[in-house]
Design a protein around this ligand. Sequence first.
Ligand code: NDP
Length: 310
Amino acid sequence: MAIKVLFSAPDGQFARYRAPLSQAFEAAGLTVDLAEDHAPEETDFIVFAPGGQVSDFRPFTRTRAVMGLWAGVESIVTNRTLTQPLARMVDHGMTRGMVEYVAGHALRYHIGMDGHIVNPDHEWAHRTTPLAADRPVTILGLGALGAACAETLAQLGFPVTGWSRSPKTLDNVTCLSGQDGLHRALEGAQIVVLLVPLTAETENVLDAAALARLAPGAFVINPGRGALIDDDALLEALGSGRVAHATLDVFRTEPLPADHPYWSHPRVTVTPHVASETRPVTAARVIAENVRRAEAGEPLLHLVDRDRGY
Ligand code: NDP
């Protein structure tokens, strides 16, 4: 009998995912009935993104797993009706997109590209740019995305320090953990990248005290989540020059309200939550692999720990 997989995501997403998912299920040797309208009591698995038709998981009595299309799960882990196992998305395509975004903005700041792109007075000024080896970078979060960014920035020559909850070892990256590790990771950092998930423990991780530890004139890149930053503290640090510039992709309210000071701030680049996105072809393979595992009685990949919140 066909495995019933319900697709629940905002309008338009099914059209993007239907063919890649069907191909991935077939390649995994699975016979799947993929639809947007399976009855809850007949649904075996749910492919899920917030904003679709499912928000109450209680009627899904036979559903064996919910497989998120997003890496961030802060809006799902708090849903008390969700008692089924929840897998989040770790997608090679999304990881590569994030590496490109972070490396691009880090290099933009490092080389001082803005000074050449916006040069209304046609100033012919030679400024020596330090080499990457002289520009310490700190990445908060060493998970699927943070570790990949750390590896690429280290390959470019930056001295990279990473911070995670549990101790880690990564080639060419100084890995720190815990509160003391956070302080050491931020001390003197010239570029800081936020790639921790939003949890009760990480909210406002970049507050006034944390910003005060950065090197004067540091750069902030936040593709993680808006609430990781204390916005008032960042605006203050931008005003004082403690932070020279910030690239912000995520915000407490999205879309960023038209009157938010970030929009017009000369030292802030706003990008509209585009740092990276789930790529249907590569993500479909991850979902098919998890359905195959569930069918074979094997442990699922990328399960979310509800207590940790990510
Ligand atoms: P992972 O779960 O793979 O990694 C999270 C990392 O953060 C881990 O290293 C984890 O530590 C660390 N961490 C979590 N809590 C703490 C804590 N309290 N103190 C210190 N470190 C902590 O997540 P991903 O790398 O896949 O994604 C990171 C985030 O990126 C997502 O949660 C999402 O919010 C955001 N994102 C943004 C996108 C965009 O387009 N802007 C796209 C995709 C994701 P440990 O290793 O010990 O578990």
